[in-house]
Design a binder for this molecule. Structure first.
Ligand code: CP3
Length: 336
């Protein structure tokens, strides 16, 4: 595995072609995923190592990705902290008891990863026994988890968490600190169970201005990743083009960037560090020639050294399978 394209790219090596995998590569765009999901609800699927392992393997069988990512969700740890989580069809994840005042922090528990979240570790152990490509473990980053826990669901303006920034900064720091420690322990446990790399997803990091980003995002993503050793640690942000120069304050081994960022420009700002990305997930709906043109543009802008090809965000549920195949084949056929 240490010779795999993925781990070589994450060591900053120059390669003939980049390794390729897609965020959310398991899921609803695959008919075989629906076959499994029709039997159980989403959280049960996350908690059943046999089914979660099966769903993880589905995209690998079809497309020949160079990495896999354990099937789970970033909101499983907040559920283990005691929050009432439901995935509602058509609406996405909902916490029925969002945190709305500092006193609400009292109802949260700090779960022990080994005893209270054992399922994901068991899924990882099963997968590494049979996988031929490296497996990613992952967690949601503290700010993104806090945003879900306080908003109760996805949000447009993030009024509730910004209300905590304004009125309850100390309580927000306390919550973020607890989440950072949990994330660190959770990612380390996944690495110990056999994950070859880990990724921290900070989907909502881009909703804050620079000063608030420095206060509420950076220190806690940093603290979570500082809790992990022995495997490469990736940090994914979305909508963070305006704070790219602040990203290296989070000490990650590689940075995953969304499609709005030009990778050549990102290299100039970030310096010599591996990067991952960043095809627009919607590009997969395009005609084959256009997909190939855009794949080539991403690879060209990243250059041959230290690049992992990925989408700039998770794959969408209505994505045409032929588009996925076309993009993956184009990356695999590339030669510098
Ligand atoms: O293949 C993989 O990448 C592994 C699985 C994975 C899922 N969620 C499965 C999933 C990963 C890595 C995630 C991360 C995740 N979950 C993030 C961070 C990355 C990102 O996309 O921004 C976030 C913000 C979540 C929270 C979440 N979970 C949302 C917003 C949704 C989707 C709502 C919807 O219906 O579109 C989920 C549900 C979810 N997570 C599904 C899957 C396959 C769909 C659930 C279903 O089968 O109905």
């Amino acid at each position: 595995m240490t010779d795999s394209l993925l781990l070589r790219a994450l060591r900053g090596e120059a390669l003939e072609r980049p390794p390729v995998w897609f965020m959310r590569q398991a899921g609803r765009y695959l008919p075989e995923y629906h076959d499994v999901r029709n039997q159980v609800d989403f959280l049960t699927l996350c908690r059943r190592p046999d089914l979660a392992a099966e769903v993880t393997l589905q995209p690998l069988r079809r497309f020949g990705f160079d990495a896999s990512i354990v099937f789970n969700d970033i909101l499983v740890p907040p559920a283990a902290m005691g929050m009432d989580l439901e995935f509602i069809k058509g609406r996405g994840p909902v916490f029925h008891d969002p945190l709305r005042a500092p006193a609400d922090l009292d109802r949260l528990q700090v779960p022990d990863v080994q005893t209270e979240m054992p399922e994901v570790l068991e899924t990882i152990r099963r997968l590494v026994a049979q996988l031929e490509v490296p497996l990613f473990g992952f967690a949601g980053a503290p700010f993104t988890l806090a945003a879900y826990m306080i908003e109760g669901s996805g949000s447009k303006n993030f009024l509730h968490i910004k209300n905590w920034v304004l009125h309850h900064p100390d309580a927000l720091h306390e919550l973020l600190g607890n989440l950072a420690d949990l994330c660190g322990a959770y990612l380390q446990a996944q690495a110990d169970a056999g994950a070859a790399a880990v990724q921290l997803f900070d989907t909502w990091a881009g909703v804050l201005g620079r000063d608030d980003f420095d206060r509420f995002v950076v220190p806690y993503a940093q603290r979570a990743l500082a809790g992990v050793s022995g495997v490469p640690r990736l940090y994914f942000t979305r909508d963070c083009g305006a704070v790219l120069d602040r990203l290296r304050a989070v000490d990650a081994d590689a940075y995953a960037l969304d499609w709005r960022v030009d990778l050549a420009q990102a290299r100039q700002v970030l310096g010599e560090v591996p990067i991952m990305g960043n095809l627009d997930p919607v590009a997969l709906y395009g005609p084959p020639d256009e997909i190939r043109r855009r794949v080539a543009a991403v690879i060209q802008s990243a250059g041959p050294k230290g690049h992992v090809f990925n989408l700039g965000h998770g794959i969408l549920p209505t994505t045409p399978i032929e588009g996925v195949r076309c993009a993956v084949d184009a990356v695999r056929a590339w030669r510098w």
